[in-house]
Ligand binder design. Structure first.
Ligand code: ATP
Ligand code: PAF
Ligand code: BAL
Length: 291
């Protein structure tokens, strides 16, 4: 495994692979890796010849009062985990390498970036789209791998790739959970023991809704109530919504197409998000989206 910190070294290292016709997979991350990230890596290793992991805590996607400065970091451990997982190349740039002096061009996503996290983190998806577009241009991957836990992020990135004619496949990977159901997240590291216990309420509610859906409940209202009740263990809920899985528009009434139930809120000072996808057309909807 090699580690590079500059765009020039990254391009140089990948040029030979590309000339040799190797398929290149990219896994963009902000580091502090866990099993969720590693499942993206494994998927890339399985589907591509060369796997590149980027580790970069992207300042442009953090709001002024968010946790950019305290975001957890452990580069040495990250490199060990990447090596063990079969990563070929790690790109670990510093901020100046990605946003050099004079940087002024951003990617502005459309309506997919407006609801849910977009409403509570103004500018967040502009920052995500910009850095992901830059990573796509730097690595020029055949496939890029993203986690379903960040449901809206995948939708925004997929749309951007399509709208801007980026020649790659965006692959979505199911959410990896702790044994008790809590979605893995680097930010779980912020949680004190009692907060970690309370964090279970999110997946508990989502799983209750999924169980009811599997038994035939199709009304959005009662499904939302099943998620809402346990969320009282959170300190605040930013949103709890059922949205069309494609457009992210709110769905009321009966669920007659694939939807996502999306949650975001705070436990203490830690912001957590999670979701499940429910698809009435798929007999196995719950299993495939345990996620
Ligand atoms: N539990 C998970 N299962 C699958 N993929 C995940 C999981 N958590 C994160 N990912 C994916 O890993 C990629 C990098 O995410 P990131 O580095 O922000 O990690 P994170 O744990 O989501 O951090 P945070 O929750 O603090 O934002 C994203 O595509 C994200 O969706
Ligand atoms: C995709 C990403 C690496 C862009 O900074 C980030 O938003 C993340 O880790 O999900
Ligand atoms: N996983 C999304 C990165 C963020 O919360 O900024």
């Amino acid at each position: 495994m090699e580690t590079v910190t500059t765009v020039a070294a990254l391009r140089e290292r990948l040029a030979a692979s590309r000339r040799a016709g190797k398929r290149i997979g990219l896994v963009p991350t902000m580091g502090y890796l866990h099993e969720g990230h590693l499942s993206l890596v494994r998927e890339s290793v399985a589907e591509c010849d060369v796997t590149v992991v980027s580790i970069f805590v992207n300042p442009t996607q953090f709001g002024a009062n968010e946790d950019l400065s305290s975001y957890p970091r452990d580069p040495d451990r990250d490199l060990d985990l990447c090596r063990e997982a079969g990563v070929d190349l790690v790109f670990m740039p510093d901020v100046g390498e990605i946003y050099p002096e004079g940087f002024q061009t951003y990617v502005e996503p459309g309506p997919l970036a407006e609801p849910l996290c977009g409403a509570f983190r103004p500018g967040h998806f502009r920052g995500v789209a910009t850095v992901v577009a830059k990573l796509f241009n730097m690595v020029q991957p055949d496939k890029a791998f993203f986690g379903r836990k960040d449901f809206q992020q995948v939708a925004v990135v997929r749309r951007m790739a399509r709208d801007l004619d980026m020649p790659l496949e965006v692959v979505t990977v199911d959410t990896v959970r702790e044994q008790d159901g809590v979605a893995m997240s680097s930010r779980n590291a912020y949680l004190a023991a009692d907060e970690r216990e309370r964090a279970r309420c999110i997946s508990r509610g989502l799983f209750a809704a999924r169980a009811a859906f599997e038994k035939g409940e199709r009304r959005a209202g009662p499904l939302l109530e099943l998620v809402r009740a346990p969320l009282s263990a959170m300190d605040s809920v930013q949103y709890l919504e059922i949205v069309d899985a494609g457009t992210l528009e709110a769905v009321a009434g009966d669920i007659d197409r694939p939807v996502a139930i999306c949650v975001a809120g705070y436990i203490g000072k830690t912001r957590l998000i999670d979701n499940i996808v429910l698809d009435p057309a798929s007999a196995e909807n719950a299993v495939s989206t345990a996620a």
